[in-house]
Write a protein that binds this ligand. Sequence first.
Ligand code: GLC
Length: 799
Amino acid sequence: MILNTELEYKGNLFPSNIIDYKKDVDVLHFSTSNNIILQLTVLRDSVLRFRYTTVGKFNKDFSYAIDEKASRGYNHLEISDDKEKYIITTSKLICHIFKTDLRKSIFDAKDNTIICEDELGFHWEESYELGGDIVKMSKAAQNGESYYGLGDKPNHLNLKGKRFENWATDSYAYGKDTDPIYKAIPFYTGLHNNKSYGIFFDNTFKTYFDFCQERRNVTSFWAQGGEMNYYFIYGPKMQDVVTSYTDLTGTPELPPLWALGYHQCKWSYYPESNVKEVTAKFRELKIPCDAIYLDIDYMEGFRCFTWSKDYFPNPKRMVKELADDGFKTVVIIDPGIKIDMDYDVFREGLEKDYFCKRADGPYMKGKVWPGECYFPDFTRPEVRAWWAGLFKELIEEIGVKGVWNDMNEPAVMDVPGKTFPSDVRHDYDGNPCSHQKAHNIYGMQMARATYHGLKKFNYPKRPFVITRSAYSGTQRYTSTWMGDNVATWEHLQIANIQAQRLALSGFSFAGSDIGGFAEQPNGELYARWIQLGVFHPFCRTHSSGDHGDQEPWAFDEEITNVVRKFIEIRYQLLPYLYTSFYQYSQDNVPMLKSLVLFDQEDSQTHYRTDEFICGNQLLICPINEPNAKGRRMYIPKGDWYNFWTNNMVSGGKETWVDADIDSMPIFIKAGAIIPKYPVQQYVGEKIIEELTLDVYYKNGKEDSELYEDADDGYDYTKGRYSLKKFNLAGSDDKLIIRIHKRGKYVTSYNTFKINLIGLPFKVKSIKVDNEYVDLKDVKFNGDNSLIISKEFTNLQIKG
Ligand code: GLC
């Protein structure tokens, strides 16, 4: 491993003085006397890209991370210089570039305060081993600065004081400080003086980030090769930093609604009769479930795209029978293709020359579940197209609805490093390179190819893919999980942090193996984990199966009832979760918000880890310990209703919240309007005949949204969706709700059931669209719920 040699100046090389400056529309070039060029691109008023070369010339500009739909364009750009520096001014930022050494300082254009400044700035070390440079950047840490992001790190949410490595790694039973694990997401957010910015280091080599560990006042990042190429993203609100990064690297299209239901998985459910037993039990016990997973044992000798004839003699019939009962079948597909001349996928890959090769020509041979395998080079467009085509039978013929990509770091067994050796060659979409550069995006390109296969063969329905490994931008194609965690209380806490961290790293559609993959939880731990898991965008129980069963009924009846109760809450909240997915997909808003993201002004939030906001208005805090009857938690500023009692608490303080095993701390933001479905055993079981809106009174204003469409398919892209924006305004004796509607989708229900919660007055009159309504006519129930037409645009309730 190459360590940062920042302290030993020996070996480090630095830019010298600027001798030339050129401007090409929004791209500025600064050249130094020692042949360094800094290319600064003004992408937006708040987004600058910095790219450096040490050889006087740039390689072709290519990135797997950047979304082609990313926004570009600024309102204002002005460049000037004085004796010591160039000054680049946009409507949001001022960037100084020093003439003597190419260092930079970035200021907020509004108040001229410093946001981020180079310490040593760009420097490098020549890499004897690989050729090229070890490229480095160091920044001065500001007073009280905190750091967040970096994808799936199983560590404290605030990264300050720690050093991390990004190198996708198969990490069975990882622990709290294991680093790296499965993903490489080189994006972080800094926060100081109520100003937040982000840095996305788009370099796919092994990268390192040091947040004031090596030196108390310095943050640095570096890579073993490639370019110093990073994006600087300004907020000053952290939420704007995250949405800008997500805009840059993209969001997924909407998933089918069933994918937001509950999923059941195990390594492995087989044979068919076992799968049927499990699914029948869900229906018998009335525990909602939408997806059942088949792990590697469904295949013939672990050969991808085959079915074991003994265990699954007629997969098409089975998948159909499962579908008739509301279950979508999801199957695992790994990258390793078994070396076997009688196996058509292998033969075809060999004939077409689609497998990865070592530097001098032999195939990359490695052991995975099927024994010795070759591995497709997913960085070649024609290999991705071939791979996508392999899904035809599974999806179109057999009716499988989702695919689970695993082992795609890529994982190789029984070898040092547990992956490909570094000399393996990749096409990298026409930019041939070694595995050093392609390793971190291998899993991403596999998931991308899988996604395109599913999209094609499942059309006009929407695809569903899940991946283990990922690089920035992978969220465009697939959901993800956190890999092989362990059934311990500590891991419940880790899962919570990882889901929040991924969301603030642009990857919201994520969840953990509920209950833990390795080892077995007791009933209490499983129940507490389900309580957390139902508030994660992806909600699946999975376990290795070697230590006993992990279905909702595997413990005792009390636990089964708790699990059912919480999965039912998730199914009731489906329209809320779906709306939050829409906001993520459309507006780049993370589906989970750590408290620091929710309220960065409140410094109490900067080191909180357990509490988070699901969507925009639900405050969640899991119970992380055994035998708890409740816990202390921090309630963010503002007024919140306890979900169970409807009592209101004012935030900005820590408080004790009761939560016996059948409960957990859940609060709703005052003023929120939460849409709810009836409980269903699976998405689409019932035609929704009435939508419930839980309206939480607030003395003041609050906005909420409700997005709906056909729950699958692409009609929504043609305007057939329904988006309702609710503006709530409450005062001592009045509550007004206005709705603004958009879209052409006609919902199946005609009425809303409105539950008025926390009204401080007794209702005397109700006006709908400016007409008084007889209280009897609107079925005002006395329990503060009323039923009115979904067409209303203005509801006034007076005391
Ligand atoms: C890996 C995966 C796990 C899966 C197992 C067998 O360990 O992370 O989820 O069950 O392989 O396929």
